[in-house]
Ligand binder design. Structure first.
Ligand SMILES: Nc1ncnc2c1ncn2[C@@H]1O[C@H](COP(=O)(O)OP(=O)(O)OP(=O)(O)O)[C@@H](O)[C@H]1O
Ligand SMILES: [Mg+2]
Length: 297
């Protein structure tokens, strides 16, 4: 289905669209040649459920961005299949939209023009799209900054503009690769609330990759915990916390803490495994883990 047909009814500022399910089945991917060949993804299988927010967490360098490239269709698996609503992914398509960690805003366009870039490029600027742009500007708190250029925005504002810029295109699946990495802790928490709000408003299929456990639990409906490289799903946790989510409530919630401890236990086991096999990622990982444990104590 095209993104145009996916639009909500006229006059509506409703972001709900006909979102899709994606499946990764028995996927493997290696890079390099001969003895330098490295198996990055090994026989990975998982489902990105329709209308849910699935979060993937795994150690740095385990192969998460590699999986994103396969989902986006930028790259092909060596074996196994990636499908969207049962149809094989053959390449990039506007039904899937990827938001990366790096800013993708055009520096020569102001916030509003950046957000309107997709609809303009397709010649789809009508009153409905303009109304939606206003709605999104408001949702991400940038109405006052509509005429500013990216260089005049803070890092957090830039990411918010990017979220709005992606949402206006009505992808059936939103794929986000550590979009808030590198932001300071306070900005990050603000971003979680903006992003969770956008998700709750749209209930569009979202796939979000992170290395941050608090981010993962705050956002996820389902949490996929990955093994170290070559990666595959180690565990799936259902994050059965109520929505709309509120950070303060969540931090005080026993259930959230229980899920976090379970996830950290699994991640710790993975870190120990890679530590004994000499992986470089393991030391970062153990450091991050011990910080969390100290915080708790
Ligand atoms: N195009 C490529 N050519 C060769 N090696 C690659 C390529 N892409 C990824 N790799 C290797 O695959 C491994 C996993 O990389 P990937 O970027 O998928 O990890 P990641 O989990 O996203 O890490 P991070 O959390 O740091 O972003 C790395 O060892 C990397 O060197
Ligand atoms: Mg990555």
């Amino acid at each position: 289905m095209s993104a145009v047909m996916n639009k909500p009814g006229k006059g509506s500022q409703n972001l709900k669209v006909n979102s899709a399910e994606m499946r990764v089945e028995g996927v493997s991917k290696s890079y390099g040649i001969a003895h330098l060949r490295e198996n990055v993804v090994h026989n990975a299988s998982f489902v990105i459920e329709k209308s849910k927010l699935t979060v993937m967490i795994g150690p740095s360098g385990c192969g998460k961005s590699t999986l994103i490239r396969l989902l986006a269709g930028f790259d092909k698996p060596d074996s196994g299949t990636v499908t969207i609503d049962g149809k094989p992914v053959k390449g990039p398509d506007r039904d899937r939209l990827v938001v990366f960690q790096e800013s993708a805003l055009f520096p020569w366009m102001n916030t509003y023009d950046n957000i309107m870039y997709g609809p303009r490029a397709r010649g789809e600027v009508d009153d409905e799209t303009k109304a939606l742009a206003e709605f999104l500007l408001d949702k991400v708190g940038l109405t006052q900054f509509r005429n500013k250029f990216p260089s005049q925005l803070s890092g957090g504002m830039q990411r918010r503009a990017e979220l709005a810029r992606a949402m206006i295109n009505f992808p059936r699946v939103m794929i986000l690769d550590e979009p808030f990495r590198g932001l300071d802790a306070m900005t990050k928490e603000l971003m979680w609330e903006y992003y969770a709000g956008l998700y709750e408003e749209s209930r569009r299929t979202n796939f979000f990759v992170t290395t941050d456990i608090d981010e993962a639990i705050f956002l996820a409906d389902r949490l996929l915990i990955m093994t170290n490289i070559p990666t595959q799903v180690r565990a799936v946790l259902e994050v059965d916390l109520p929505r709309p989510r509120n950070l303060k409530e969540l931090l005080e919630s026993d259930r959230a803490n229980e899920i976090k401890m379970e996830a950290l236990g699994i991640l710790h086991e993975e870190a120990m495994k890679s530590f004994s096999s000499g992986s470089a990622a393991a030391s970062d990982f153990i450091e991050a883990y011990s910080k969390r444990v100290k915080k708790k104590g």
